[in-house]
Ligand binder design. Structure first.
Ligand SMILES: [Zn+2]
Ligand SMILES: [Zn+2]
Length: 280
């Protein structure tokens, strides 16, 4: 699996000079099989705009797998020329929100007038919109495990993506403290999180807050960086990358949080920064 971070910021894009080392774009991760172009994209935040640089000016042909439908994870959808052209072939997989919903209708609730000039059906190319549920499925030659995880406001899936080479877990937005404080007050190591992260090469995890901030900000639906490391340790993940950085954090802030968490962790802890590419 080749993984490229196109957007790593939580909640809203930022452009402050002191934040651009980590990156200002919101959640988007491009995934490819070794040696191939990216065919699977996790979330469609503003980072999706950078996918074009990996496509050699060609069309995108693949699947966009949305973990949930908050603005910061979908707002990039209409803004990438490689998607909006006659020869694009795009499947958008949406976590089912209710028994009677329609995937296209759900997306159209935020993308259509008066909220936006056009509806998803106005994008050029061959687009398919489908639901997925909690469970396992294959897409673009990857095996995916999707599990419901606690967040806030709408159904959210944590994802585990594997090919023959490696496995990553992606829990971009996660509020495990909603299920209880756990051993250290940052949240329960609940079965869905443990299953998703079990033995993965890389765990990509929500690190919007710190343990000290949770009492005041935990109600917004995000995890503490300390929890990400604790989950990696408990699940036997080989390393953890802190993701979904709070929009208030400078590069210095993020580095200092990471250093503090890494100092007491038994697995390697690093920062997910925009542009970082790795193979596993
Ligand atoms: Zn988010
Ligand atoms: Zn969210």
């Amino acid at each position: 699996v080749r993984v490229v971070f196109l957007g790593v910021r939580g909640s809203v894009p930022v452009s402050d000079a002191a934040m651009l080392g980590v990156g200002g774009h919101t959640s988007c991760v491009a995934i490819a099989h070794a040696g191939g172009p990216p065919t699977l994209v996790l979330d469609a935040g503003t980072g999706l705009r950078k996918l074009g640089s990996l496509l050699d000016n060609g069309p995108f042909r693949g699947t966009i797998l949305l973990g949930h439908l908050h603005w910061d994870h979908v707002i990039g959808l209409p803004f990438l020329p490689n998607l909006d052209r006659a020869d694009a072939e795009v499947t958008v997989l949406v976590p089912r929100q209710g028994p009677d919903d329609d995937a296209l209708a759900l997306l159209s609730r935020f993308m259509s007038p008066p909220a936006f000039p056009i509806a998803p059906t106005s994008l050029r190319g061959n687009w398919t919109f489908r639901f997925y549920d909690d469970g396992e499925f294959d897409v673009e030659g990857f095996h995916v495990l999707a599990r419901d995880i606690p967040h806030k406001g709408g159904r959210t899936m944590g994802l585990r993506v594997a090919d023959v080479g490696g496995t990553i877990a992606y829990l971009s937005d996660h509020a495990p403290h909603d299920l209880g404080p756990g051993d250290d007050g940052t949240g329960e190591l609940h079965p869905a999180a443990l299953e998703l992260a079990c033995g993965v090469d890389v765990l990509v995890h929500d690190a919007q807050y710190t343990a000290d901030e949770l009492p005041a900000r935990g109600a917004f639906g995000h995890a503490a960086a300390e929890y990400a490391a604790r989950l990696a340790e408990a699940a036997g993940a080989r390393r953890v990358l802190l993701f979904h950085h709070d929009p208030q954090r400078t590069d210095e802030d993020v580095a200092s949080i990471c250093a503090k968490v890494a100092a007491s962790a038994t697995v390697p802890v690093d920062v997910a920064s925009e542009g970082v590419t790795f193979d596993c």
